[in-house]
Design a protein around this ligand. Structure first.
Ligand SMILES: CC(=O)SCCNC(=O)CCNC(=O)[C@H](O)C(C)(C)COP(=O)(O)OP(=O)(O)OC[C@H]1O[C@@H](n2cnc3c(N)ncnc32)[C@H](O)[C@@H]1OP(=O)(O)O
Ligand SMILES: O=C([O-])CC(=O)C(=O)O
Length: 480
């Protein structure tokens, strides 16, 4: 399958890259990024100069109390989430990406490299560019010995996500960004070191994540070496010990690409990167360019470690482990031959005990998550997946859960999010250790979070420091 480097013609990409040629030749990711940075810098400058005082919305007291839901307060380049339609990556929907982005030579699904290229540059890479990036990642994929030693020293009872965050933070020992900053570099050069660290980190995540899996679940077994001819996820699957399982490899390619970015407001991405100010009066574009952990010029490793700990919460990334635990409990309690009526009763028991239904609801989405749909479609093309009792249970739950949640009347979105489907497929392929699932999510979310880290440095965004208020201060302002 051959695909050319295609110019993205939609939304923001249209303005920024309008002067760029439609078909790029083979270049490295760094070269491709170098080409697009000046246009983005100019766009930001013009936005600030021409529209710095434009009002994007009101900040209400309910925003301060309600987790800033819906507040337009962040700058995030790679993707934008529509409540009804779901995510678009530089204007491309998930089906667009499935159609346009290069797959692995022997596969059909999107791979992490082509998604990363799209997120960073706004362009669809050629096959040759994708392969070149795969090779670069494979060449940089080995873990330093001190990190292996650190991970091997951790108790196997320590949650895999805690271990992942520790390993990522420890990788900052070799941060090019931190070293260059210490040496004293110009602000305009930050992005190049940010990119170097980001690529190194993405390259090393599979080896780190696989080592945690081996230590916790298969102690003493060997870990496969990195194959320089393989893509990132192909190597990850090998290192996990599932090499040769083509369908699992394809599933993880899709999963890791789709989970890569979900605009900026989700807790993990937000932690790593940046936010536009939430001021008490109006949101002003020029006053609002701010960062969180990355904005302090903490290096990409420390920023992403922080993001991982946000991802490890059950209302966010840990929900995929919670979904499977919940579905397995359902099966244990209800036995085989579970009917829709049984599931309804189980759902009500969950809700009446004050718990959330994991895998359902969303902070922004108001329709079924198109990532959930894409994963369901993956199952629909494979009879062995359709015959799996847990996958059937997930489907049956989807038949009844939206109505139960509507009747319950609390959640603004009674539909499934991506986590409702992701774990059951892993379970089918033999990755039954559900406490590990969020680690896979963590390998993925680096694609989007680190993309924005690079862009934040390229655009010279300042430290994040929104204004907070006490309840007394709010009352005083409101009464005045
Ligand atoms: C990759 C991801 O992070 S996707 C999200 C993964 N998380 C989950 O699947 C966990 C289950 N879902 C939830 O807890 C929520 O829907 C969230 C955290 C995703 C979004 O939270 P919010 O934006 O606050 O949702 P919303 O505005 O609809 O919440 C209103 C009420 O409905 C409740 N609610 C929301 N979703 C659910 C649910 N799945 N089950 C039961 N109640 C729910 C909320 O707890 C809240 O109750 P409260 O008024 O008593 O506090
Ligand atoms: O967007 C959100 O708030 C949560 C989510 O689905 C993600 O981060 O993938």
């Amino acid at each position: 399958m051959f695909r050319r480097s295609v110019f993205i013609s939609k939304s923001s990409a249209r303005n920024v890259f309008a002067s760029q040629s439609r078909f790029a030749s083979t270049k490295t990711l760094r070269q491709a990024l170098e080409e697009v940075i000046p246009a983005k810098q100019a766009q930001l400058k013009a936005l600030k100069a021409e529209h710095g005082q434009a009002v994007l919305g009101d900040v209400k007291v309910e925003h301060l109390i309600g987790g800033m839901r819906g507040l337009k307060s962040m700058l995030w380049e790679a993707s934008v989430l529509d409540p009804l339609e779901g995510i678009r990556f530089h204007g491309m929907t998930i089906p667009d990406c499935q159609r346009e982005l290069p797959a692995a030579p022997e596969g059909k699904e999107i791979i992490a490299e082509s998604m990363l290229w799209l997120l960073l540059t706004g362009k669809v890479p050629t096959e040759a560019e994708t392969r070149q990036l795969s090779r670069e990642l494979a060449e940089k994929g080995e873990l330093p010995a001190y990190v292996e030693k650190l991970i091997d020293s951790l108790p196997t009872t320590l949650h895999p996500m805690t271990q992942l965050g520790m390993g990522v933070a420890a990788l900052n020992h070799d941060s090019a960004f931190a070293a260059a900053y210490e040496k004293g570099i110009k602000k305009s050069e930050y992005w190049t070191y940010a990119l170097e660290d980001s690529i190194n980190l993405i390259a090393r995540l599979p080896a780190l994540a696989a080592r945690i899996f081996r230590n916790v679940y298969n102690p003493g077994t060997p870990i496969a070496g990195i194959n320089k001819e393989l893509d990132l996820v192909g190597n990850y699957v090998n290192m996990l010990g599932y090499g040769g399982n083509h369908d699992l490899t394809e599933y993880l390619r899709l999963y890791i690409s789709l989970h890569g970015d979900h605009e900026g407001g989700n807790a993990s991405a937000h932690t790593a990167r940046e936010i536009l100010a939430s001021c008490m009066d109006v949101v002003q574009a020029n006053a609002c360019l701010k960062d969180l952990v990355g904005s302090t010029l903490s290096d990409p490793y420390l920023s992403y470690a922080a993001a991982l700990y946000a991802l490890a919460g059950p209302l966010h990334g840990l929900a995929n482990q919670e979904v499977l635990r919940w579905q397995l409990n359902m099966r244990k309690e209800l036995g085989d031959n579970i009917t829709h009526e049984h599931i309804k009763e189980f759902l009500w028991r969950t809700l009446k005990s004050g718990q959330v239904v994991p895998g359902y609801g969303h902070g922004v989405l108001r329709n079924p998550d198109p990532r959930f749909t894409a994963l369901q479609e993956f199952c629909d093309t494979r009879p062995e997946l359709l015959a799996d009792p847990i996958i059937q249970l997930v489907k049956k739950t989807y038949d009844v859960a939206p109505d139960v949640l509507k009747e319950h009347g609390k959640t603004k979105n009674p539909y499934p999010n991506v986590d409702a489907a992701s774990g059951c497929v892993l379970h089918h392929y033999g990755i039954t250790q559900f406490k590990y699932y969020t680690v896979i999510f963590g390998v993925s979310r680096a694609l989007g979070a680190l993309t924005q880290f690079v862009w934040s440095r390229a655009l010279g965004l300042p430290i994040e420091r929104p204004k907070s208020l006490s309840m007394d201060a709010i009352e005083k302002l409101v009464k005045a």
